[in-house]
Structure formats: C-alpha cells, structure tokens
Write a protein that binds this ligand. Structure first.
Ligand code: SF4
Length: 89
C-alpha cells in the first residue's frame, strides 16, 4: 500500500499532466506509441529518455512522485531509477 504522501505526490503529478494537456501541451514522455524509451529495458534508450526530460515543465512534480513512491523502474525526471534489471543476453 502506498503512503499518503506518495499518493499526494502522484495526484499532484496527474493534475499537472491534466493542466498541461488542457493548455494543449504535453510532456516529452507523452504520446509515444509502444516502446517508450522511458520504460525501456535497454539502458541506452533510458539514457536518451533522461536527456529529453530536461525540457519538461513537470520535472519537479515528476521527481517528487518518483521519490515518494520509491520507484525502481524507468526514467523519472531525468533520472534512470531502474534497479535490479538483468542485462539482456
Ligand atoms: S520529467 Fe517526468 S513527466 Fe517529464 S518527460 Fe520526464 S518522465 Fe515525463
């Protein structure tokens, strides 16, 4: 179960995403078809994704949600949070 502060942080991020969409904008990680590099199992693709985060207007909210949830996979706010993923063979 998530801690209350984690829920608040994720709600804040979701609200920020909705406000951005209402303004006709989107984050760099939105709108990708299958194979988003933010969630790729390929570490090199995640490096590219992390670089794209630098222009994101939701960077701070995204980082807050990632920290609050102690995420262990994917790129959030320019950081690859992936832990314990085995290298591809
Ligand atoms: S900072 Fe977060 S919301 Fe923005 S592009 Fe990166 S992962 Fe997506």
């Amino acid at each position: 179960m998530n801690r209350p502060d984690a829920r608040q942080a994720m709600d804040a991020l979701a609200d920020a995403h909705a406000a951005l969409l209402d303004a006709g904008q989107r984050t760099p990680c939105q709108g990708w078809p299958d194979g988003s590099p933010w969630l790729s199992e390929d570490a090199e693709e995640r490096v590219i994704a992390a670089g794209l985060c630098t222009s994101c207007p939701l960077f701070t909210a995204c980082d807050g949600a990632a920290v609050a949830h102690r995420v262990t996979f994917g790129v959030w706010a320019g950081r690859d949070r992936t832990r314990g993923l085995k290298a591809k063979e």
